[in-house]
Design a protein. Structure first.
Lengths: 351, 513
């Protein structure tokens, strides 16, 4: 049993006590392993992400190299979250605290566990896959607006999230949604080992061009363009329960799948565009009339398989092409309208 | 008279049919070179994690996440159980998730597990493509499909406009370029067809575009620009047989035309390792030039879209019975092309099935109303059905050119005149046709025209009929033409019985058919 798996009952900094291990599998999506816990302080419960460095001490592993990767991953996430906390970003799940704890009966090196402490969320938005648990239209649009706002906030800091997926959009009891898990993020000017990866996040949600090996050289189109795609992807997910990348690839002939395609992205793009058109057809059939035109346009613009054409039509080719500010006002307007309608409907129902 | 398909030069011009059929033919793939060793797909950690989550806690969310990861990684078999779970009657997964599960099962080769209520459509009609292009105009393939539907229904300008949009959206796409080149060839603009292939930066590296360039260059009376590069590419051995087939076939054709029979044969052999319907037909067409079978018979049944090759094979072996059926299959793989209708109607007419010949020619004329070969076949069938006025109108639509089809029409004018009892004019038309063919050095055509003249002379009871039959027999022997024997027998029978009036012959043909 590794040190990070033995935190139950230990005291953390500032009076927090680890109360329960969460039965979640280690997150092995790209080299950083962690264990999850709940901690408590004066009746307040928080989520603990405990980093597991034990992998560096496995036989056959270059310990120094591996340790450097693990430590830098922790430091990177901590620094990004600290940066966000300092800027008071309202739609970003920032860390309440961070630090380390020594596990008793283990050596100083292997027994020291670094952690990040977060406000506990009520859940994430993955429930949208299940018809029996899907939420109403106002909930979906609020979530979308919050994610858009959260992304705009981090983009203003020139931070790209790069792993924006349904499990990383947290829902809180007060109806607020925040984007979480900055372990795979990139910040312009700061370098981290996963910057060298073609796609640092969960490949299941990657934009198609990155799967086919087309990587833009500049930070903004490459990383913020990726975030934009993932934002559109989330919008599609909220109404269909499916992810755009999987849906696209399912509609491609196997010979055009990225694992079997040896030519460049431009060569396969027409087939991807065709698959994208078919996914849009499916989405259109699922969208409620009130938001059909807006959401369809939102997904069409943000998930365009051609990175050059991705973004708000008025911004294509402009410096703000890969920023999502232009959508916030429209989303806010739509959400307000829907909330108003819901309130009126509720009142007339009572009367 | 009716023309022979072997007398027309055939080139490896790209076939243009629905996107689904083109993909199925393997023309749009880009597999790694043969030098790359096959590595089975490895399970990435994120997929392993999702597999673990699904096994520990089978739910809609864990099954859905595993399903999507497997689709992205191309290992759908790993998610077969999760897909079945999502498709089970008790599942509460959303319809799009269920549809995704069905697509994954189809990919995993388990289509039988897909319930009937989840439809996975493979084909789309014109209305669907139109809606797709309207909803998402950035989709070049939708425009190509629209163009195809338009050209099939004879809307040439609409087809051209749709193809122009596709070319603007994807100027270097293999499918768009091959389809566009084929369209412009169909619209009698071979220079433009060749230009768009030359302009693309992809052509010098893409075997499918190179083969198209070589074929179309010849039709545009230009020099093939990528002959050398194509040869190097084939010799490199880096291409998989399916990727090399049409390029090798195009190179073989150019070598054959230039007289390099040995090199041509080698290229054709290479093209037959894993042929498309197009390269198979090309080898079948080239076979008479080598005096040997290039295409083994079993290849015809093993290759998809082998309708054209089968038709040519049967014609070459003079087994005409299956030709019209083969032409129907050929037409399915080239729906805008009039060639299957030309060969099909010609063969049906040669077999004496004039009503069938007329119907086939009519279908082809819907695509191209001024196609001279089809007009000739239509006129020929109509004359034999006794509809002489309709036949005359069909022949009036054929414009005078240097093409053999004009002399074929002259022969048919001869036939028409003979059936009208205008014997002198009939013989004169036949003589013009025969002289024209002689000048163009087409001995087979000369023999066929002479055979029909002899028969008509015999039916009309002309004095010179006996001599004409003898001449025709000699010419057929020289040209190694066996298919005309029944016409000569008909002529000899006519000579041996009391004279039959032309009007009666026409009526007899009509009632027979």
């Amino acid at each position: 049993m590794t040190a990070s798996a033995q935190l139950e009952g230990l005291d953390l900094r500032d009076g927090w006590r680890v109360i329960r291990n969460l039965p979640r599998n280690p997150n092995g999506s790209g080299g950083t392993f962690s264990n999850s816990y709940l901690a408590e302080k004066n009746g307040r419960v928080a989520f603990v992400k405990a980093f597991d460095f034990s992998d560096a001490f496995e036989p056959g592993v270059d310990t120094l190299k591996r340790l450097a990767v693990l430590v830098s991953s922790y430091e990177h996430e901590r620094d990004v979250l600290e940066h966000c906390r300092g800027r008071r970003l309202s739609h970003v799940a920032v860390a309440i605290d961070h630090g380390y704890v020594d596990v008793p009966n283990l050596g100083q090196v292997e027994g020291r566990v670094y952690y990040l402490l977060f406000e506990q969320a009520a859940g994430d938005i993955r429930c949208q896959m299940d018809e029996a648990q899907t939420s109403d239209l106002v909930w979906c649009m609020r979530a979308l607006r919050s994610v858009c706002l959260g992304l705009a906030q981090v983009h203003r800091e020139i931070i790209a999230h790069q792993d924006l997926k349904p499990s990383n959009v947290l829902a809180y009891d007060d109806g607020v949604f925040k984007i979480a898990d900055f372990g795979r993020s990139s910040k312009r000017g700061a370098s981290i080992w996963h910057d060298d990866l073609r796609f640092p996040g969960d490949r299941t949600y990657a934009p198609p061009e990155l799967l086919y090996g087309f990587v833009a050289p500049d930070f903004v189109p490459r990383r913020m363009g990726t975030d934009l795609y993932m934002l559109g992807n989330l919008a599609a997910f909220l109404f269909t329960g499916t992810n755009m990348t999987g849906s696209l690839l399912a509609r491609l002939d196997p010979q055009h799948h990225w694992t079997k395609w040896s030519s460049d992205y431009a060569g396969v793009l027409p087939y991807v565009q065709e698959a994208f058109a078919r996914v849009l057809e499916e989405l259109e059939g699922r969208l409620p009339a009130e938001v059909k035109s807006f959401v369809l346009g939102f997904v069409r613009q943000l998930c365009n398989p051609e990175p050059k054409r991705r973004g708000h039509p008025k911004a294509i080719g402009r410096p703000d092409q890969y920023y999502c500010e232009r959508y916030i006002a429209e989303l806010t307007h739509t959400v307000t309208l829907l909330e108003l309608r819901a309130r009126v409907a509720a009142r007339s129902g009572v009367a | 008279m009716i023309p022979s398909p072997f007398s027309v030069p055939r080139r490896v011009v790209p076939r243009w049919r629905s996107l689904a059929l083109t993909i199925e033919a393997g023309e749009l793939s880009s597999p790694p070179p043969t030098s790359d060793k096959y590595a089975p797909p490895a399970l990435v950690p994120s997929l392993v994690e999702k597999l673990g989550n699904w096994r520990v806690d089978p739910s809609t969310v864990t099954a859905g996440e595993l399903l999507e990861a497997s689709l992205v990684e191309g290992v759908e078999r790993e998610a077969a159980a999760a897909a079945r779970f999502l498709l089970s009657s008790s599942s509460t997964a959303t319809l799009p998730v269920r549809r995704l599960a069905a697509l994954a099962l189809k990919r995993a080769g388990r289509s039988d597990d897909i319930p009937d209520d989840v439809q996975v459509l493979d084909t789309a009609d014109k209305a669907i493509w139109r809606a797709r292009a309207r909803e998402y105009p950035d989709n070049p393939l939708a425009w190509v499909e629209l163009s195809l539907h338009d050209v099939i229904s004879g809307k040439r300008e609409a087809a051209r406009r749709a193809m122009r949009v596709a070319l603007q959206l994807a100027p270097d796409s293999r499918h768009v370029l091959r389809s566009a080149a084929r369209l412009f060839l169909h619209l009698h603009e071979p220079d433009l067809a060749h230009d768009i292939l030359l302009r693309s930066a992809r052509t010098p590296f893409d075997p499918w575009l190179m083969s198209a360039e070589m074929a179309i260059a010849e039709l545009a009376h230009r020099e093939a620009r990528f002959f050398g590069q194509g040869r190097v590419l084939i010799k490199s051995g880096n291409l998989r047989p399916r990727q090399a087939t049409e390029l090798a076939s195009a190179l073989g054709t150019l070598e054959l035309v230039a007289g390099g029979r040995k090199k041509a044969r080698d290229f054709f052999r290479e093209s037959l390792l894993d042929p498309t319907g197009n390269s198979l037909a090309q080898a079948e067409w080239a076979s008479p030039s080598f005096g040997a079978e290039l295409v083994p018979s079993q290849r015809l049944s093993l290759t998809n879209e082998a309708g054209e090759a089968t038709a040519l094979h049967l014609l070459r072996e003079q087994k005409v019975d299956g030709v019209t059926e083969a032409c129907e299959r050929w037409s399915a793989s080239e729906p805008y092309s009039i060639r299957p209708f030309e060969v099909g109607s010609g063969t049906a007419a040669a077999m004496g099935k004039y009503t069938e010949a007329l119907a086939i020619a009519q279908k082809g004329l819907l695509i191209r109303p001024d196609a001279p070969w089809l007009l000739n076949n239509r006129a020929f069938a109509l004359i034999h059905l006794g509809r002489l006025r309709d036949a005359e109108r069909a022949l009036q639509c054929i414009n005078k050119t240097d093409d053999p089809t004009w002399f074929v029409s002259e022969a048919n004018r001869g036939l028409l005149a003979m059936r009208r009892g205008e014997h002198a004019a009939g013989v004169a038309h036949y003589r013009t046709a025969i002289e024209g063919f002689r000048e163009q050095q087409k001995p087979i055509y000369v023999a066929v025209a002479q055979t029909f003249l002899a028969r008509e002379a015999a039916l009309a009871g002309l004095e010179e009929a006996k001599a004409l039959i003898k001449d025709a027999r000699d010419l057929c022997t020289k040209a190694a033409l066996k298919g005309q024997e029944w016409i000569l027998k008909e002529a000899e029978e006519a000579l041996s019985r009391p004279r039959v009036s032309p009007a009666q012959t026409g009526l007899a043909a009509a009632s027979q058919s």
